[in-house]
Structures are given as C-alpha cells and as structure tokens.
Ligand binder design. Sequence first.
Ligand code: PAF
Length: 294
Amino acid sequence: MMVLRGAAELSALGALRGAGPLVLVPTMGALHEGHLSLVRQGASLGPVVATIFVNPTQFGPGEDFDAYPRTLDADLALLAGASTAAVFVPSVADMYGAAGEVTVRAGRRAAGLCGASRPGHFDGVLTVVAKLFGMVRPDIAIFGSKDAQQCLVIEQMVADLRLPVTLLDAPTVREPDGMAMSSRNRYLGAADRERALCLSRALAAGRDLVAAGERVPAVVERAMRSALGPADAVDYAVVRNLPELDEGTGPLAGRVLLAVAARVGPARLIDNVALRVDAAGVEETRLLASSTRS
Ligand code: PAF
C-alpha cells in the first residue's frame, strides 16, 4: 500500500491508472468496519485510493473539529489489511493553500435536515470532495449511505458540475444491536452508548409502521420522535422523498428516506433507512441512482 503524505506525492497514483477503474474512498479517518466495507466494495472494482483528511471547512463554530479522533497509525494498519492500493493523507495547506477563496455551494438537497442544523456544513463537504476528485481523478467514488444527505448532495454536485465520476453508496454497517457504526460513537461512554440505541430503534419503529401499511408521513414521524425519547435532544425525525429530500404532499409512496438526528451525551448522531414503497410492498433500497443500476 502506497502512503502519499502530501499533494506533491500524488503523481505516484500514475502507477495505478489503467489497472481497472480507479476508486476513491474519501474519509476523515478514525476508521471502523463501515469504512472498510467501502474499501472492500471498491477493491472488487479496481485499485482503491483512500483519503484521510479531517476537513476543517465542514465543521461549524462550536462543533467537534478539535475533538474529532485522529488515529492515523491505526487507520493505516486497517487500510493495509483491506486491500487498499494507496492512501492519500493531505495537509490543510495541500487542500486549501493560502487563500482557498473559491468554494462549492450546495444546492436544494442541502436545505433541510443536517443542512439546516449545520449551516455551511455541506458547502465544506462539497468543496473538499470536489478538490479530492480533482487531485485523485477517480473513475468511481464510494460513500457510506449512513450519511444519506451527504451522498445525495454530492450526487447533485456531480450532475450539476458534469464531473466525470461515477458515485456509489455502500450500505450502513451496524453493530449486532443495530447501532450504525460511526467515528463519533467513540465519544460515547457505556450509558450513553446504551441510550444511543434509540436512533436505530426509532428507524425500526418507523419502518415497521410503513411495512404494516401506514402511509401518513406525520404518523411515522411521530412514532420515530417518540422512540427517540432517551436522547438528550432530537434534531429531526423525518420522512422525505428521494432523491430530492422534499417533504411531499400526500401519502408516502415511491422511494423515501426515514432519517433521524439526535444528541446523546457528547455526540450528535445521525441514522437513516431508505425504503421503496409501492403496491408490491415495502423494501429497503439504495440511495443513489448509479448504485441501483450497478
Ligand atoms: O463522510 C466523511 O467522512 C466526510 O464528510 C468526507 C466525505 C470525507 C469529506 O470530508
């Protein structure tokens, strides 16, 4: 596995080009099985370039940029064991230089959910992802569907800016008790970890209601919010249409996202499930159009 410790070393990626599609897996490090599943999915398609960069521009004032776990040595060992061809570990100067005046502004899909509670977050995500696309020049990029809104906002950027990259989303990896894996789970002590189970339980409650025939979004949202009772604060518990994340006007139908965000102890956590609801019934679905085709 090549470890490229700065933009000046990126030309080494030339050795990987031509050996199948080049696959980018962007991360902020603090890796867990969810990230490794993205790498494994990527490695089945072509050489994988993982990136590790805690991107300052996607954190708002008072958020956890300073506290975000930085575990580079452990991350490199995990990536080496997961068939990663190269890891790019840029510095802030590599990504933003002295000025960093030009940025990407997220579109309509970033208006609600995390975009509403974390102003500017998705502009920071898109700006760094666009730069990574420009630097690594991947054919394919894979993102975890736990960050559903992020996947959809990036999909919109790729379409609107005509970027020559195919996006894939990979299913959320869960602990045996249903908790979605997240780097921020490291913030949780045992008692908070137990309470944090309310997020996956809220989604299960919503999904079960829909599976039982409930089609009124407000009823599903009420059930999810009530299951989030153990959290310290609920940010949102919503049903949205896919892919635009709009509220919809009538009964729940087609591809929909059940999404929750809540604060538990020191951690702000998110989780979601994407469902296809039609006459044949209700089943889990992938988020991105290119994933449903692959
Ligand atoms: O999902 C993440 O870890 C980050 O938002 C990303 C995509 C690596 C951009 O910094």
